[in-house]
Design a protein around this ligand. Sequence first.
Ligand code: PXL
Length: 280
Amino acid sequence: MRFLPLPDTGETPVRVMTIAGSDSGGAAGLQSDLRTFALAGVHGTSAVTAVTVQNSLGVTGFHPIPPETVAGQIRAVVEDIGIGAAKTGMLATAGIIDAIADTAEDLGIGTRIPFLVDPVCASQHGDPLLTPEALDTLLRRLFPLAHLVTPNLDEVRLITGIDVVDEASQRDAARALHALGPRWALVKGGHLRTAATSTDVLYDGAGFLEFEAPRLDTRHDHGAGDTLGAATVCALAHGFDVPEAVAFGKEWVTRSLAAAYPVGAGHGPVNASWRLRELP
Ligand code: PXL
């Protein structure tokens, strides 16, 4: 695999930001993003959107952060530390999404700064991570700013109404998502359990690219989508174009799934620390 160059000791590394919720169980959300950022050799910053009450069995509640505090975190980081790319995860409420969109437009996130929008709607147990009316706001305000959107098949169904069952419907979904305004749409195929492989379809309005990986049969896959997005955003910050960055992210999450481990009685996390064993 082609790794990202590591900074020299004492050198300012490439910086990225995750705009996401906290997972107290340490598997998904900003905990997974910051772990991948560190292991990929970039400096991770965060704007916390919500605090979830969560373990390996599910999410039992969340407390959203005030929109102006979310916006303040983004502005404080971008105006001082600077970032090469940003991603979103759990955004919780329409008010938070409006504040992120206003701030992103003002700071060049989505124009000068590559912007990955992962439209997180629910946990893998189906616990909601976004209020129902907030999805409309997310599509209206953030999709047109995004360089790349990365829904899973449950999110695709909520957003487009399309039930992806095969390659043709996966392409139809990518077309429908692209029509909502992002420059690229990635339809992740990991949830299509009947397929022999986990194949993601990327579309830019002109052509399709496919990213295929073996289907790994593990129940410890918590944080997989977040980890794919986090690795992809590191590559974008390093100047990779979107297809190259997605290829990097796909390989990173596949290896992290292969290294996943159990914690608690439910679903354990994917594990990006395989990277430690491959350091020079
Ligand atoms: O994997 C999506 C996700 C994102 N962010 C937070 C989460 C989850 C899933 O559980 O808890 C905070």
